[in-house]
Design a protein around this ligand. Sequence first.
Ligand code: ATP
Ligand code: MG
Length: 177
Amino acid sequence: VVLDEVYISKIINDTFSLHKYQAEQKGLTFINENQLDPILKIKSNEFRLRQVISNLINNALKYTNKGSIKLESKIVNDKISIDIVDTGIGIDDKKIDQVFRKYYTVDGEKNKVGFGLGLHISQILAKQINGKLSVKSKLGKGSTFTLQVPMNKSVANKKPTIQSRVTKEIPVDTSIV
Ligand code: ATP
Ligand code: MG
């Protein structure tokens, strides 16, 4: 997977906005509490970030019938932490360890809305960007899914290494020699 320099805050805001209409249709309060600096760049992959955040919001929309969905993002211990907090149906303590398994749905056969693939795929995508997915939930109260990704700050924010200084000096404008 190619890791590019991306503006993480904009990716979060854009992805969040895509789901605003669906949330409103369901009568849910939809709150973006992204606290990341708009100029913060990290080494990651835009497609994967969008896909994982979208999957988590889609689940929140699917499994929440009243109340709210809130996105919170902040820096915790030098890592970026993106929480999707819902007030939905929640997940049983006994089943929560299994939600990332392929084809797993909490309701099993009764589940008519999903294939049990979204979280499994999200976890693979999160690993590809050196990230981590986790969940906390209370049955009947709601769930919080968290995507954690490393800061991996842009090389532009760091002191140049000897190697990068040398490579920058290589191009010579021969037209003026
Ligand atoms: P799909 O493949 O379409 O995503 P899915 O939503 O059923 O189907 P996953 O996204 O992998 O599959 O989620 C697995 C299961 O975890 C779901 O079937 C559901 O039971 C439970 N789950 C996931 N997100 C939430 C949530 N926000 N609130 C409550 N339960 C959830
Ligand atoms: Mg899903």
